[in-house]
Design a protein around this ligand. Structure first.
Ligand SMILES: CC(C)(COP(=O)(O)OP(=O)(O)OC[C@H]1O[C@@H](n2cnc3c(N)ncnc32)[C@H](O)[C@@H]1OP(=O)(O)O)[C@@H](O)C(=O)NCCC(=O)NCCS
Length: 154
């Protein structure tokens, strides 16, 4: 499968359908969707995934949202998007890429560690209802409550 990664020049909101694959809070999504830079992955010309990254300080980029269409998951698209962002971050002189995910999503924990990220800390109750998350979300039977942060030193 040929995967092409390109920066997305149009409005990030055109990709809201893909952002929503990785964000259950409409309130939070609204607060960050327009920020930073976005890259898309295309297969046969069709967008099958995206990654958004925001510069946090001179050293650090944060991957704020990334998702791959369900039908092509497990075929290297997520890794290609992450490696593309890491290469861009390095090219601008950044020394660290950070990101967060739900501790409940054990598949994501494997994904990020297979892509060279290491855990730094856990934020309990990050997915609380006051931040716009619907109550009672579970991932594979695990309540989605806590968030784990990862970093990759470049
Ligand atoms: C997480 C996500 C972006 C991964 O994208 P992907 O294209 O499926 O990932 P890749 O095929 O590049 O996988 C890279 C490695 O991670 C592993 N991996 C990816 N998803 C995995 C999962 N759910 N469970 C276990 N391993 C997984 C792959 O097996 C592969 O490992 P390998 O090197 O041993 O073969 C995708 O599953 C997704 O869009 N999920 C829904 C949205 C989401 O959760 N986004 C992240 C929010 S923080």
């Amino acid at each position: 499968m040929d995967i092409e990664i390109q920066e997305y020049a149009a409005s990030h909101r055109d990709l809201a359908w893909s952002f929503r694959e990785a964000e259950d809070s409409e309130q939070l999504l609204e607060s960050y969707i327009d920020l930073g830079r976005v890259w898309v992955a295309r297969v046969d010309g069709e967008i099958v995934g995206h990654l958004q990254a925001v510069v946090r300080n001179a050293d650090t980029w944060e991957v704020t949202n990334t998702a791959v269409a369900e039908r092509v998951r497990g075929r290297g698209v997520g890794r290609a998007l992450l490696e593309g962002a890491v290469a861009e971050a390095r090219a601008t002189g950044a020394t660290r890429v950070i990101l967060a995910t739900a501790t409940a999503d054990v598949g994501n924990l494997r994904f990020y560690q297979r892509c060279g990220f290491r855990m730094t800390h856990v934020v309990q109750d990050a997915f609380a209802t006051y931040r716009g998350y619907p109550p009672g979300i579970e991932v594979d039977g695990i309540p989605m409550l806590d968030q784990v942060w990862f970093e990759r030193i470049l």
